[in-house]
Design a protein around this ligand. Structure first.
Ligand code: LMR
Length: 397
C-alpha cells in the first residue's frame, strides 16, 4: 500500500508563491506588488551599503563557522534589545528579560507559539485581518486561533471600539497578538493614545500582550515605531515580543530575528530560558551565524549605524512618496472612488480595498501581482510603473 497516495494537496502559500508566478510571467509590463520586500526606484532589490561594508569587515576578520549557543549571539541580542526598548528602558528591564536569537521573525513566532501552547495558554487572538502566515504558524504550534475586529473596511480606519469590546470578552489568560507598527496587511496602526486606552483593558482581562515587530523604522522613526511596546513594558505587562531584521536591514534571506520575554520576576527567567531553549533545540538546534554578524557589526559601529539609519530613512521616504503618488494618480482618474484613505496607512503595505476577484483580474489581464486580500507592497511602485498600476486598478473597479 503506497504511503503517500492519499495525502491532501494543500494550496500554495498566498505570499511566497507570488515571486515564483511573477518570474514565470513573460509580459514586460508586469509589476510585482506582492511579497513585502523593499525595492529601489528602479524596481530592484536593495542591499544596503552599510550591510555591504559590514560584510567586508566580517570577511577580513576571518572568523570561524562554529555553532552558536542555542539562544544565539549574546552581543547581537544586547544590541537588538537596545534598539527595541531604547537604552535606558532596556537597562531598567534587563533583569526581567529573556531573549533568544531566532530564524527570522517567523521563527520567533513559531517558537513562541509552541512555548505558549505547552506552558501558558492554548488560546490566541489575531487582528482581523492579520498577516496570512500568523494563523498557519499558530495553528501548527498547537494553538486555537481566534480573532478580534481591527480594521474597519468601511471607514478604512482602526476599529478601536470593536477591538476594545472584543478584548473584554476574551478568556483571561489568553494571548493577544498585536503588531507594534506598520500593521501587515492593512498599514493601519492605532495611535499612541489608542494604545494607551488598550493597555489597561489588556491588563484588566489578564491577557498576555504578544507583539510582532517586523517593521521598526518603516513607520515614523525607530523610536516612534517602538513606542507602543515601550509603553506596554513601562505599564508592567508581562509580555512577549518577536522582532525582525529582515526589512529594516534588508536582510530578508539571512533570517535574522529574536524573541524576547519580559517577566515580572527575575527568578522566572532561568525557567523561561530552559523551556525556550529546549523548544529551539528540538526544532532547528541553534541559529545561523552570518546575518547576526552583519547586524552586530553595524550596531556596534557609530559610523555604520549612522549610515544605516540614513539608508532606513531613505527607504521610508521613498515608500511615503510612492504612496502619495499612487493616491494622486488614482485621484485624477474619473471613477468616483476615493482612495485618499491610503494616505493614513504606514509602512511597506497599503490595503487597497480591492477584492479577490479584482486582484485576480489585475494578475491575469495586466500582469500586476498582489495577494488576494488586495495588499499592495508600496515599495514595488516606481515612476515607471505608477501610471500603469493606477490605470489598471481603475480598469478593474
Ligand atoms: C510579507 O508579508 O510579504 C512578508 O512578511 C514576507 C512573508 O514571509 O510573508
Amino acid at each position: 500500500m503506497p504511503f503517500f497516495d492519499d495525502l491532501e494537496l494543500l494550496p500554495d502559500d498566498p505570499i511566497l508563491s507570488i515571486p515564483i508566478a511573477f518570474a514565470a510571467d513573460p509580459r514586460p509590463e508586469k509589476v510585482n506588488l506582492g511579497i513585502g520586500a523593499y525595492k529601489t526606484a528602479e524596481g530592484l532589490p536593495l542591499v544596503l551599503t552599510s550591510v555591504k561594508k559590514a560584510e567586508v569587515q566580517i570577511i577580513q576578520k576571518n572568523l570561524n563557522k562554529e555553532y552558536l549557543p542555542i539562544e544565539g549571539d549574546a552581543e547581537f541580542l544586547n544590541y537588538g534589545l537596545q534598539l527595541l526598548f531604547g537604552a535606558s528602558l532596556y537597562q531598567k528591564l534587563a533583569p526581567h528579560l529573556f531573549a533568544t536569537q531566532t530564524v527570522g521573525d517567523s521563527g520567533a513566532l513559531r517558537i513562541a507559539g509552541e512555548f505558549f501552547a505547552r506552558n501558558i495558554s492554548r488560546t490566541i487572538f489575531l487582528s482581523q485581518p492579520s498577516w496570512t502566515n500568523h494563523k498557519l504558524i499558530f495553528e501548527r504550534s498547537g494553538l486555537n486561533v481566534g480573532s478580534y475586529p481591527y480594521y474597519d473596511s468601511v471607514s478604512h480606519r482602526f476599529d478601536i471600539d470593536g477591538m476594545s469590546a472584543a478584548i473584554q470578552n476574551m478568556p483571561p489568560g489568553s494571548i493577544l497578538l498585536l503588531q507594534g507598527c506598520c500593521h501587515n496587511p492593512s498599514g493601519v496602526d492605532p495611535s499612541i493614545e489608542e494604545w494607551k486606552e488598550l493597555s489597561p483593558l489588556v491588563k484588566k482581562q489578564n491577557l498576555i500582550p504578544f507583539f510582532d515587530l517586523a517593521y521598526q523604522g518603516f513607520g515614523e522613526s525607530l523610536d516612534k515605531d517602538a513606542e507602543p511596546i515601550r509603553y506596554f513594558a513601562e505599564q508592567g505587562h508581562e509580555m512577549v515580543v518577536c522582532y525582525s531584521f529582515s526589512k529594516n536591514f534588508g536582510l530578508y534571506g539571512e533570517r535574522v530575528g529574536f524573541l524576547s520575554i519580559l517577566a515580572d520576576h527575575p527568578a522566572s527567567i532561568p525557567k523561561i530560558a530552559s523551556q525556550i531553549k529546549t523548544t529551539i533545540r528540538s526544532n532547528y538546534s541553534n541559529p545561523p551565524l552570518h546575518g547576526v554578524r552583519i547586524v552586530k557589526t553595524i550596531l556596534k559601529s557609530p559610523e555604520l549605524s549612522a549610515e544605516w539609519k540614513i539608508e532606513l530613512e531613505n527607504m521610508r521616504d521613498r515608500i511615503c512618496e510612492m504612496r502619495k503618488a499612487l493616491v494622486a494618480a488614482l485621484l485624477v482618474k474619473e471613477h468616483g472612488r476615493d482612495f485618499s484613505f491610503l494616505l493614513q496607512q504606514r509602512g511597506l503595505f497599503s490595503f487597497s480595498g480591492l477584492n479577490p476577484e479584482q486582484t485576480q483580474r489585475l494578475r491575469e489581464e495586466k500582469g500586476i501581482y498582489m495577494p488576494q486580500n488586495g495588499r499592495i507592497n508600496v515599495a514595488g511602485l516606481n515612476t515607471q510603473n505608477l501610471e500603469y498600476v493606477a490605470e489598471s486598478i481603475i480598469s478593474v473597479i
